[in-house]
Design a protein around this ligand. Sequence first.
Ligand SMILES: [Zn+2]
Ligand SMILES: [Zn+2]
Length: 344
Amino acid sequence: MSGVTGSVPDSMRACVLHQPRDLRLEERAAPRPERGEVVVRVRSVGVCGSDVHYYEHGRIGDFVVRQPLVLGHEASGDIVATGPGVPADRIGERVAIEPGFPCRSCDQCRHGRYNLCPDIAFFGTPPVDGALCDYVRVPADFAHPIPDALSYDAAGLLEPLSVGIWANRKAGTVPGGSVLIAGAGPIGLVTAQIARAMGATEVVVTDIGAERLGVAAELGATGTVLAGAESTGTGFDAFVDCSGAAPAIDAGIRAVRPAGTAVLVGMGADRLTLPLGVLQNREINLTGTFRYANTWPAAIALASSGAIRLDRMVTGHFGLDDTESALLAGADPRHIKSVVTLGG
Ligand SMILES: [Zn+2]
Ligand SMILES: [Zn+2]
């Protein structure tokens, strides 16, 4: 016997990007679980800014779509099959998928920094296919069981929530602390919510859009600032950029207190002019972030406790056959997050 339990159909639907703006719904062979893996029937996939970027430009930096690619990395679903070495009683579990699978044996992996593994395979990043399809195959320990209190949508959005957790860990957010966040998109909104959940008592969010600032306030920001029109104040323990916008990064670093921290999460230009005098005179710690490591347990606990509201960020539901509309929904200023719903 192969040691595979459960069943997966022979074929499935997959939403495949061939060229920029050339997205096709195709029939593909469904995956089978290998040793240590499960197959998940996908139920919800959040659409990320990076998916939109691949759709529009076919590349992000050095990651180039050279062969047809399935997008999507913010996914949840139900385990329908287990491979050898995985307990068969996991079949039927509702799970959130952590979408980057590291090698587990390199120097970075052995130090726990598996997000920096040079051999990580990450969903929807060329050449690794993502989750905008009916079934995916994942290592069993990267399919995290979720409580009934979490919707499939919220479970998929544990992925951007993880970015917010990681950003706050890098920022050194503490009870009673203050955090300035630039950008009130999905990442800025989860970063603000996590900052509050970690006990920061001053969480100020800036954006160029008044609509999104309203959502930031609703989700727990203690202050909102219309970028370019109002001042943020100064003396923040940490600044987290979730905008990628050069003026926001410059202003944010200037608003950090001596010996504070500046964290760059947003993706913008490859090169930036930074206020070096401020960084040096105030001994500000400046760091980048790359995804996250060991965040799903905290993300699940926080989201199921009610401390974090992920469903509030969903502003549109789409079918797999309408993924293109999900990717284009960002044109509406009230839009925050599209979700593609599968199964039923
Ligand atoms: Zn994402
Ligand atoms: Zn590794």
